[in-house]
Design a protein around this ligand. Structure first.
Ligand SMILES: Cc1cc2nc3c(=O)[nH]c(=O)nc-3n(C[C@H](O)[C@H](O)[C@H](O)COP(=O)(O)OP(=O)(O)OC[C@H]3O[C@@H](n4cnc5c(N)ncnc54)[C@H](O)[C@@H]3O)c2cc1C
Length: 497
């Protein structure tokens, strides 16, 4: 019977960086993935002559070679940087209120302040002061929290302590009059998944600061290239992987992990499991109920499952400029009422809010010559889709897709005529491919109560650990980082055994 130092369940970002870190530390590791490719969300799929990027819109934390960000450092430490080529996205984002307002913000602080001051002349000073706050807050957060200052205190980090948990709307209201201006500066709420009235200011500030300082990136070959590179490095380090092989059971006895049973019925001996699957799937489906500590189940009562996404993946038979696409990142919104838009995520009604990403603007080689691909995405909860019967599913999906396409047409009127391939993914699609409840793509809702402050990567079952969105923040940078820190905790525990 094979014996492993660790079995990692799930080859998403968190699972793969955990597996790679453990294998590179000389541990015998088995990675189990239920799908037939590595990456989880970080994958691609092919339709016709297009390889569609599933998830990545703007990669955070990369920075340039000269000014590396934390993610570049991590990928470098794991030895995968020389297998990858990153592409800087030209601007921070464009926000369009169709027929009303259109602005593109550059990816530098001075340019951003100048652009907003030009369009909101009465509020130029306020924009400048707001950005001062964003920077002061972020510097204190980096120094105090990320660098683990042992003397962290209110006196030493006053801005951090004052603003970390205030909601973004409150802070925006303090600075600005124009609802339009507030919407533009908080448009990233649509990435995080909670509206400004729920979004901790700390999250908004650190996102704006990080994307401005380290720039938004994409990469050649899309996120699948990164997943493949991490897997290759893992195999080179001696790691083993099985695809099309879900973990069916984590064997627990006496409060400790004893092994894993695969869906093929093989039993693998190990004292350590890192689960990249949701904590819900892990505790409810994979472990015998009597072995799950009541506290772990009780904790679920205070968590909320986060949103999934509805995406229209479009392969266009033309260059981006032919349909008027000149920016990679285009937020399209018909409302400044983010609370209302967020409420509609829980229904099958159109939200009047979407993000259109065209990768070929910053990377003209992304799609075959003379073509481009555009992903039109809006976050949405899984719940309304559970109520759709199998007979109604196709209609419901195409109706929703049609509504989103009509929204995109208000900004890019020729887009429909150029669609060569199109595929739609609903929250149920993500549920099917990831196995996460609600098809959630960021784990639990990214509201303060479900934030990393209240989640842990370590179970009270000895030898059981977690990596990925369900025990921290969702998104590429946080989940890639999460796998590294979970692996470090495992290595420490293995050393002490
Ligand atoms: C449409 C979309 C757009 C997004 N846009 C962005 C963006 O622009 N920027 C950004 O930073 N983030 C974005 N994200 C979010 C980001 O991709 C995810 O938060 C992140 O990739 C999740 O990583 P993870 O480590 O939690 O694992 P996941 O990607 O959730 O993968 C978990 C893996 O576990 C496997 N698994 C589950 N159960 C089992 C089992 N029993 N046995 C074996 N394997 C199992 C699954 O098959 C899966 O491969 C987006 C996601 C989507 C879907």
């Amino acid at each position: 019977m094979p014996v492993y130092d660790a079995v990692v369940i799930g080859a998403g970002n968190g699972g793969m960086t955990a597996a790679l870190t453990l294998a590179q530390a000389g541990k015998k590791v088995l990675l189990l993935e239920r799908h037939n490719i590595p990456g989880g969300c970080a994958t691609s799929f092919v339709r016709g002559r297009f390889e569609f990027e599933v998830a990545l819109h703007q990669l955070s934390g990369m920075g340039s070679q000269e000014r590396p960000g934390p993610l570049r450092a991590i990928l470098g430490e794991m030895g995968v940087m020389d297998r990858l080529e990153f592409v800087e996205i030209e601007n921070l984002y464009r926000v369009v209120f169709p027929g009303t307002f259109d602005i593109t913000l550059p990816t530098n602080r001075e340019g951003l302040v100048a652009e907003l001051a030009k369009l909101f002349p009465g509020e130029g000073d306020a924009v400048s002061r707001f950005m001062d706050l964003v920077y002061r807050f972020s510097m204190e957060m980096v120094q105090g929290l990320f660098f683990h200052d042992p003397d962290i205190s209110k006196e030493k980090y006053p801005v951090y302590f004052k603003y970390a948990f205030r909601n973004s709307q409150e802070v925006l209201d303090e600075f600005f009059e124009s609802p339009l201006l507030k919407s533009i500066l908080s448009v990233y709420w649509g990435y995080v998944g909670v509206p400004p009235s729920m979004l901790p200011f700390g999250d908004l500030a650190i996102m704006l600061w990080a994307y401005i300082e380290f720039k938004p990136y994409h990469l050649k070959g899309g996120s699948q290239a990164m997943s493949n590179a991490i897997l290759d490095a893992y195999l080179a380090a001696g790691g083993e992987v099985r695809f099309n092989c879900a973990a069916k059971k984590i064997v627990v006895g006496g409060g400790a992990v004893k092994g894993v049973i695969t869906e093929q019925g093989d039993r693998v001996e190990t004292g350590c499991v890192v689960s990249n699957a949701s904590t819900i799937h892990t505790y409810i489906d994979l472990i015998d109920r009597e072995e799950v500590p009541a506290a772990e189940l009780n904790a679920f009562k205070s968590h909320t499952i986060g949103p999934s996404a509805f995406t229209l993946y479009m392969g266009l038979d033309c260059e981006p400029a032919d349909v008027g696409i000149h920016e990679t990142t285009n937020f399209i919104t018909t409302t400044v009422d983010a609370d209302r838009a967020f409420d509609l995520w829980k229904t099958m009604e159109q939200q009047g809010w979407a993000l259109l990403t065209c990768y070929d603007v910053s990377d003209p080689d992304f799609s075959p010559p003379g073509t481009c691909q555009a992903a039109l995405v809006a976050l949405q909860y899984g719940d309304p889709w559970y109520a759709v019967s199998p007979q109604e599913y196709a209609d419901a999906k195409y109706r929703y897709a049609e509504g989103m396409l009509q929204l995109a047409e208000r900004v890019f009127p020729k887009i429909r005529d150029h669609i060569e391939e199109v595929e739609a993914a609903t929250p149920l699609t993500h549920l099917r491919y990831l196995g996460h409840p609600g098809g959630a793509i960021y784990g639990f809702e990214q509201y303060a109560k479900d934030s990393p402050y209240f989640l842990t990567n370590r179970s009270s079952i000895r030898g059981l650990y977690f990596a990925g969105a369900w025990v921290g923040s969702g998104g590429f940078q946080p989940t890639l980082t999460s796998g590294r820190s979970t692996a470090r905790a495992v290595l420490k525990a293995l050393k002490n055994q």
